[in-house]
Design a protein around this ligand. Structure first.
Ligand SMILES: C[S@@+](CC[C@H](N)C(=O)[O-])C[C@H]1O[C@@H](n2cnc3c(N)ncnc32)[C@H](O)[C@@H]1O
Length: 259
């Protein structure tokens, strides 16, 4: 439980009351488009809560393993080459490790950054069981993590809370080499008229986010650190895949400005 949270402010799976919403109220019409974001924010009241990464870490794979195709789509979008080092930011139990290893190969490496001790422990068990010698887990908040050497790429898969933390995004980006590629993906609000889809999206993601704040545009902090940003809707707009890269040093033919 986070320090700012009142003791009785627990997850409530039946009413989503922790999100400031219950079935007796109009459902979160959510789904703002870029021009009407405030009108469609789901819960008016922002309630910071602790998602289910502690006590329910043991059931995370069973509950979310079925979304492996989405993870594959997000990892697949990351332009990373054999031999490179990739950060898996908010790696959870390590469900993206195998997908990343397919790309970086035996000469590359994956470093997971994970805040929850329970999730990190399961990720380490996975590494042990698979016999992966080039995968490590750094148990740390993304805001504080220090990785070395500088990484060639970063993955933000289903980590809405981390993406809402400017400090976390800034710190991770500072651990990357210039020009490093980044891929991010996860849930977001679909178009505002797709109320049923947005309600299903809210129920699906509620156990795994602290707040739906920023769910209309989850990449708003990340995109400030990237160039050549490309964002693709998936699942009828209830998810997204983003790619972009860190700035590259000016060079010949790259249009560097005067001075
Ligand atoms: C929904 S899970 C996603 C896990 C994994 N990326 C996946 O695809 O299954 C989000 C993870 O981010 C972690 N997390 C949340 N905030 C964090 C932070 N500030 N720093 C590091 N990890 C964080 C949570 O503990 C959780 O394991």
């Amino acid at each position: 439980m986070v320090a700012s949270e009142p003791p009785d402010d627990r997850r409530d799976e039946t009413t989503l009351g922790h999100m400031g919403w219950s079935p007796g109220q109009p459902p979160p019409s959510a789904a703002p488009d870029d021009t009407s974001a405030s009108a469609a924010q789901p819960p008016a009241r922002r309630v910071v809560r602790q998602p289910a990464y502690g006590e329910r870490a043991g059931s995370y794979d069973r509950e979310t393993g079925r979304y492996q195709d989405f993870r594959r789509a997000i990892v697949g979008a990351l332009p990373v080459r054999p031999g490179q080092l990739v950060l898996d930011v908010g790696c959870g139990t390590g469900l993206c490790f195998g997908l990343l290893l397919e790309k970086v190969g035996p000469d590359g490496a994956v470093t997971g950054i994970e805040e929850s001790p329970e999730m990190a422990a399961i990720a380490r068990e996975r590494i042990e069981q698979e016999g992966w010698r080039n995968v490590t887990v750094l148990q740390s908040r993304a805001e504080d993590a220090e990785t070395a050497p500088t990484a060639d790429a970063a993955l933000f898969c289903a980590v809405h809370d981390i993406l809402q933390s400017q400090a976390a995004v800034q710190n991770v980006m500072s651990q990357l080499c210039s020009g490093a590629w980044v891929a991010a993906g996860g849930g977001k609000w679909a178009a505002s008229w797709m109320a049923a889809l947005n309600l299903a999206t809210m129920i699906l993601h509620a156990p795994y986010v602290r707040s739906f704040e920023g769910f209309d545009r989850p990449w708003r902090h990340l995109e400030q650190f990237l160039e050549d940003v490309s964002i693709r809707d998936i699942a009828f707009g209830s998810g997204y895949v983003l790619t972009g890269h860190a700035p590259r040093p000016p060079g010949p033919g790259r249009g560097a400005g005067p001075g």
